[in-house]
Design a binder for this molecule. Sequence first.
Ligand SMILES: [Zn+2]
Length: 288
Amino acid sequence: MAPSIYKVKQDMCDIGKRIWQRGYCAGNEGNHSVRVDKNRVLCTPTGISKGFLRPEMICMVDMENKVLEANKGYKPSSEVKIHLQIYKTRDDIGAVVHSHPPHATAFAVAGIPLPEGIHPEAEVFLGRVPTAQYATPSKQDLADSLIPHIKAETSAILMANHGSVTFDKDLTGAYYRLEILDAYSRILLLAKQLGKVNMLDSKQMYDLLEVKQQFGFNDPRLSCAADGCIGSTQNQPFLTMFDARPASAVCDANGTVQSHGGASTSTVSDESFEQMVQTITDQIMASR
Ligand SMILES: [Zn+2]
């Protein structure tokens, strides 16, 4: 039996509290919605913190963004257009969460695509996360910017210089994807501080995507994972952030230099290091 409208509104308030408590939305930012039937969508009101929602504040619109229900003093979020675009494109989607999770949004602000082939949880529950080009918040352009990225396998999209949108068949699922998205982004930023990231290899990725398929999540990358397609299009901007560190000499007891290490052991850092050496060599040659 489908839950009552009031119960869905209560659930939206509970999820709003989690979003606010975890710092995914500051002030009045963000919005989330639930599709209750073919033509009706419940959505959060504009100008209200997600941490202070009450059921009577939740509004209802139709698929053309006509207001069907809004108590006095409340009106639907202007960004509900994003949600409607996703519902129109994907019949299987029942809930959408738009937030500004700090760690994931950092990638969207820096213009660095979220890398793939690193963390099993992110691979299974998010897969490849595309970044939509920047568009002005509240305008239809913002919803339009998502269109090329709403594919059958997509459950999260970063919005350049803005935030994220996650979606699933129900509100809990859409919220979990938001949590996983920001947790994964945080892990990446912490790994960057440690100076190294180990990629899953082609075999590990193939095995993982096979398990993902067994869970019922279709991922088109399964067909090319064994050939090494994972990360081939969007990992480089993140991996090049791993600067080559200054070489540090390792001496034996007699003070004899044994080796020059220090650069990160990741392949990319080695490449960056070689690139730096080449640049310095070029500059020296040019100054002669
Ligand atoms: Zn926003």
